[in-house]
Write a protein that binds this ligand. Sequence first.
Ligand SMILES: *Cc1c(COP(=O)(O)O)cnc(C)c1O
Length: 455
Amino acid sequence: MSYSEALLEGLAPDGGLAVPAEMPQVDAATLERWRALSYAELATEVLGLFATDIPRDDLAGMTVRAYAVFPRPVVPVRRLDADISLVGLSEGPTLAFKDMAMQFLGQVLEYTLERAGSVMNVLGATSGDTGSAAEHALRGKERVAVFMLSPQGRMSAFQRAQMYSIDDANVHNIAVEGVFDDCQNLVKELAGDLDFKHAHHLGAVNSINLARITAQVVYYFWGWLRATDETGAQPVSFAVPTGNFGNILSGLYARLMGLPVHRLVLATNENNVLDEFFRTGMYRPRGAADTHATSSPSMDISKASNLERFIFELVGRDASRVVAAWDALADGGEADFSGEQARFGEEFGFVSATSTHADRLATIRAVHEATGEIIDPHTADGVAIARQHLDDGVPMLVLETAKPQKFAETIQEALGVDLDLPEDQRAMMDAPQHVTELADDAAELRTFIERHALR
Ligand SMILES: *Cc1c(COP(=O)(O)O)cnc(C)c1O
């Protein structure tokens, strides 16, 4: 399928995830040419390698509009200390990195739907940040409605306010009695019912949407360009606070495209299914009962949808092996890649570790004492684990995935300070909230969508 088709379909027709038919390649000379570009210009170049069905001028218009809502620079790269720099991905409207891809998605969705004369009812699940980023990117758009499931009582007060204060008629907040994985299972069930999906023009903007993965690839190139100079292909490492494996997968794609990435350092919190996988090769998704509510809540995920895309690369793009592994998982089993575990690091650059609540607090404190900076709990997980994987002469870039204001409760616990909210954010906290509570029940959700979907 074309990029536009993958954007509108979300999942492939067989229920699997869409992947680029071929990974585009970027050579050293091209990288150097990109050094002088603005963020939007770089996005046009990188996204143009994937979105080959969209005219370049149209794409350029979309990236300009998408990143116009950010301050300048769109992605500041700043030194934290002698070893570590932060890649600032949280300057957008919802103060988390999801804005980076979602603002572009809002533009490309509107464009594509208009060309197709169609509408989309976006059905998504969020552990907090995806939902607000999607709603802020899609609110008020004519051809799109948003149905966003969130786990009741599992998000911070700020995250709730950011979503539920939106009063645009095309945005529907649905709080489900359950955890994130329950929400995601409901989405999968409805989206997997192809008759229902097509009858109601359902689409996805979760990180399984390939357009989001590609939009995230851009800032790995940007980070590399800011951390290196013209003197040759110097490797850098990236440390990534990880939940659904979307962000770090984009880093893998950048590496497979030829970007000199030394290590991809995967940081999990106590919900460490992925750390276990990368250390042992055994993928054992956990159920809701074994998913803890932590102080880095956007990483409270025990079943990482995007891992499928790494496995696809791992097995040499042999789809039948992916299908076999995922069939075993569907029956409640596990996927055993222990025989290839050594290749995760050697061939693909992955290393991983787990950060705990205590690590998070200690890291927030240590960074604050050393630099005066306050980092959010997710970024703290990244910094904590990045420190375990430093290599001499290789810059370590930690992706800053949220601003601390989003998680003020944990900052208060770590530093004993209450963060001041900017005026507009305070108004948002006090605004009336719009949310519908539903049971963890697919039939109820179907009825709700039938009633409110765009046609
Ligand atoms: C979504 C999110 C993550 C996890 O990103 P994935 O792409 O799901 O791995 C980490 N930190 C924050 C703040 C997030 O919003």
